[in-house]
Design a protein around this ligand. Sequence first.
Ligand SMILES: Cc1ncc(C[n+]2csc(CCOP(=O)(O)OP(=O)(O)O)c2C)c(N)n1
Ligand SMILES: [Mg+2]
Length: 305
Amino acid sequence: MDWCPACGNFGISAAIYKAYAELNLNPNKTVIVSGIGCSGKTPHFVKINGVHTLHGRSIAFATGIKVANPQLKVIVHGGDGDLLGIGAGHFVALGRRNLGVTVIMHDNGVYGLTKGQASPTLKKGLKTKSLAEPNMFNAVNPIALALAAGYTFVARGYSMLSEHLKDLIKAAITHRGSAFLDVLQPCVTYNDIHTAEYYRKRVYNLSSQPGWDPVVREQKEEEVEKKALQAWQRSLEWGDKIPIGIFYHNPNAPTLEDTLNERLPSYKEKPLPQQAISGEDGAPIVDQTAFKKLFGDFIVRVKRV
Ligand SMILES: Cc1ncc(C[n+]2csc(CCOP(=O)(O)OP(=O)(O)O)c2C)c(N)n1
Ligand SMILES: [Mg+2]
């Protein structure tokens, strides 16, 4: 085991074991994708197909897997450095696509594996015990970034509240579009500010707030805007009180899979990896019509003069 005793990753693992078991996920139809970091070790500890990829590229791998085979459940486990530092472009692209991939971010405020440098979620001016000087950069607000990028499920959990986290993981995985779950996680070795004690005093559950309703029921623009705006307002709260729970959930927005299926009706039922690529004589089969329907947007027509 590569994690320090009392690492928040143990609480996250406990929650994912329960969530995956309760959802009765078929391990052969599920893929966990991770980047590099302490969090990147997660697929090694779960008996499900896993790919431990490159730092910052977990979402790019996951996108390729899901587009190629929409019948798979695809779940990313990444660090806050991995997803919001080097991988921030992919993070935004997944939200724009509304593709059915779940992103679970292990948010410890530091680059744990490389010995505690400030991650993109550590606030400016904070000095963890691993930093020689206070952090020079402003932090990014992961919930607000996910909302702005277009994720249709946006939530936050806490690694020590494993039962609540399990329910959020289940909700994220059963959501049809791009789902983002920010998981607050103490790093006992390098982050002496965001400790279990720190979070215990501050976290509160959004669902315990009278009238809190994050779900978009109709696809009307005003409702989408209203729910996104209230989620964004709550996401600014980070002080004596830190909200956890579901910030925003739009279950019926069209997904990229829906769009691809409109263009090519066999897309969901007979995904590309299940189709023959060559005939009995070994000659390649290229279905020009299907190819053009799926990838026509990438064909650039140049007008010759
Ligand atoms: C392209 C590339 N750049 C940098 C690194 C070095 N590196 C490995 S892990 C890591 C940061 C890990 O932090 P985070 O993603 O927050 O994960 P944690 O360890 O905190 O779970 C870095 C910078 C690398 N492996 N590859
Ligand atoms: Mg980290």
